[in-house]
Design a protein around this ligand. Sequence first.
Ligand code: ZN
Length: 412
Amino acid sequence: MKLIGPFKQLIPMTGLSIKGPLSDDDILVMEDVGILIEGTRIKSIGKFNELKIAYCKVEVHELKGDHIGLPGIIDAHTHICFGGSRAADYAMRNAGKTYLEIAKAGGGIWDTVTQTRKSSQDQLIKTTMKRAHRHLKNGTTTIEVKSGYGLSVVEELKMLRAIQKANDQTPADLISTCLAAHMFPKDFEGSPEDYLELISSTLFPILKEEHLTNRIDAFVEESAFSEQQIAPYLKKAKAMGFDITVHADQFSTNGSKVAVDVGAISADHLEASTQTEINLLAQSDIISTALPGASLGLGCNFTPARKILDAGGALAIASDHNPGSAPMGDLLTQAAILGSFEKLSNAEVLAGITFRAAAALNLQDRGQLKEGLLADVLLFHSSDYREILYHQGSFKPCVVYKNGEKVYDKHQ
Ligand SMILES: [Zn+2]
């Protein structure tokens, strides 16, 4: 067992509703407390001095100076397993070239598919771990990672096995998702329906057998798959016991309706959602995930986060870290920026990257600091928790604990 403290302020993110607006007055701020950790989990949270006396034999990590404690950040949507770079795309887009012109010049998602197929599994493990480690240092202790640059049974398996191996070798938790329905592969001989049928009948059973993932994602968009093509695919996945998530309403609306119809856990993007889709999502149990990194990368509008919350929806915020539209990957920065553009309270932004993000991944063991949950804890050198978002992401944690172990310490 170990005891960490005293925290000037501990923000456990408990007692807050999963849906709807949150005010900073709702945030529980615990002062001069300590966290008692047994193994990977939190055993108790209480006044530091009292815990120190009651557990006089445990290892004490005594904090010097003022520290804020926060649950580990959860990034519920990334594509950090990929080969190559799309710097040329990015430059072309900012120089005013259209999506079609970029695709014609050999750019776009297909470029990353080509580069990822060329990469060995070992190369993918290495680069995924490198990116995961950078995020862990910045406080992201749980990272969802999608496949979707393989687009064939063999290549999707290579990606998902690479994510699984990377997960074994990094202290961060990588939660894998199969995104074989990212786009229709150019080199597939047959119709989009044939492709989806092949994936669901051949790949899905292997995913189960090798425990590679229990999550299936699909991109519903004019440039990817239509509502009619994707609904049977996702229903089949759901019937096999997979959790469903959808890339929805990024440029056109349709995806959120599919997500609600199939009973998805989350609908992500939603930049194009109108009040109709917002109400539909808010009336369901779906987590709506905003991806400000994609808006920043593409130079387009943000997800209507304020409207989603005001309609009573549950809002998570994720980085969408990917080589094309969201190369930055810094979730704390992006969440802070979304907060200032969309007028979100500290409570709403922090909820979006902690317990509401945990719900987007269907994880009940993290996202808050309380007895029995994983000891994923961030320490910030400050006496006021509002400093964290005030610095718009440039203020990073000085210490990161994952599963009760110190995995990063700025001072060492
Ligand atoms: Zn994405």
